[in-house]
Design a protein. Structure first.
Length: 393
């Protein structure tokens, strides 16, 4: 199925330079983004996308299509999208912040921080293992039938790992979910309060939510399945920690800037963000940081595609500990994908170049397509000369 020509033209007409706080994009940059984004929207019949780039602290916004087929409301840099598993990077940041404040140590065993799990497999699993998907085989999803915290704890107490902790990477929502629970508990807060009252304000993410307030529901994009059916994420156990954040391209670009250490004045936050860029394990093509996935830069597209392939999301992959852990690398490509049934997201940044990209869509489309488009955009920025100009001013 292909988009009608009129709708394809509308996508171009709706592309904008974003809000008043953003810089107006140079014509060459606008054209560069248009050439990358409009074909993928056409190919996968995506109703709307919000794309944003940061170049040495300069923000540029490119908004395409509609947030809802029912309302025909156009996408803006303030449209709320489900960011799916990119939520995990915020959970990791919270855990790193809790460590910086002395509430926990990532080297602690899970059962030390969660006494109800003492005597279980979690006596030999560190918080770090939860944050790097190396706990020994926790599944991708919380098993069916678990609807309460008590049921979840019973499951964890009885769970048996398939591998020794730190030897295999198995991407896991329950793992990062448990880390988020422990981080918030160590701060004597609920996870929702820790994220929305502590972390989001520190990051300047004032339009990001776990539960979208009634006043902001008009800004919440409608998601669509592959068949075009309207859908939004359903509540579930550990959803907040693993995939529950709704955010805007403007807020997510602030988060990327914070990870690039651009205009971050809170030294504790600076240290926490740096901790999340430490490389702990090598698995396949990627270096596993605290949730973030890292590659030596410059990087080939085929390497990124391999690191973001289905095998890395759905299968157990042998992991090798990096000893000592790899300190944050300026010459690195750091990325994360996120998906729900009706939304798709991708973020990536290169610290050495002070460049980052946010791509949010209200339809789930293949990860490979997101990675390829993001790569084309970021690699093409150097050719436009914008980074050099930004540093020169």
């Amino acid at each position: 199925m292909r988009l009608p020509t009129l709708f394809f033209v509308c996508l171009l007409l709706l592309a904008s330079g974003g809000n008043a706080s953003a810089d107006a994009p140079p014509a060459a940059l606008q054209s560069h983004i248009d050439r990358a984004i409009t074909p993928v929207m056409q190919q996968y019949v995506i109703p709307g996308m919000a794309v944003a780039v940061t170049i040495a602290g300069r923000h540029y916004f490119f908004n395409y299509g509609i947030a809802s087929r029912q309302t025909q409301r156009p996408v803006t840099s303030d449209t709320l999208f489900e960011i799916g598993s990119i939520s995990k990077t915020l959970t990791a940041t919270l855990a790193a912040y809790a460590e910086d404040q002395g509430h926990l140590a990532l080297t602690d065993s899970v059962s030390k921080l969660y006494p109800s799990l003492r005597g279980s497999a979690f006596d030999n699993i560190r918080l770090l293992d939860l944050g790097t998907h190396t706990s020994g085989g926790l599944p991708l999803q919380v098993p069916d039938g678990i609807a309460t915290t008590d049921q979840l704890m019973t499951y964890f107490r009885n769970w048996q790992p398939a591998h020794a902790a730190g030897t295999h990477r198995m991407y896991s929502n329950p793992g990062i979910g448990l880390l988020g629970m422990i981080a918030a508990k160590s701060m004597d807060m609920s996870f929702a309060d820790a994220l929305q009252e502590r972390l989001f304000p520190l990051l300047g993410m004032m339009n990001s939510y776990l539960e979208v307030p009634a006043a902001h529901l008009p800004d919440y994009a409608q998601g669509y399945t592959k068949e075009g059916t309207p859908i939004r994420v359903s509540p579930g156990v550990l959803d907040a920690q693993a995939y529950g954040v709704k955010s805007t391209s403007a807020d997510m670009l602030r988060f990327i800037d914070a990870n690039l250490q651009t205009d971050v004045t809170d030294t504790a936050l600076q240290r926490a963000l740096a901790r999340t860029h430490t490389g702990y394990f090598k698995a396949g093509e990627l270096t596993q940081d605290l949730i973030w996935e890292q590659y030596a830069y410059p990087v080939a597209l085929k390497t990124l595609l391999a690191g973001n392939a289905n095998v890395m999301a759905y299968e157990s992959v042998s992991a090798t500990a990096i000893d000592p852990p790899l300190p944050p690398q300026a010459a690195s490509w750091i990325n994360k994908t996120g998906s729900t049934n009706g939304f798709a997201a991708y973020v990536a940044f290169v610290p050495a170049k002070k460049i980052g990209i946010v791509m949010l869509a209200n339809k789930n489309y293949p990860v490979a397509a997101r990675v390829e488009v993001g790569y084309r955009v970021v690699e093409g920025l150097a050719g436009l000369g914008l980074q050099r100009a930004a540093f020169a001013e």
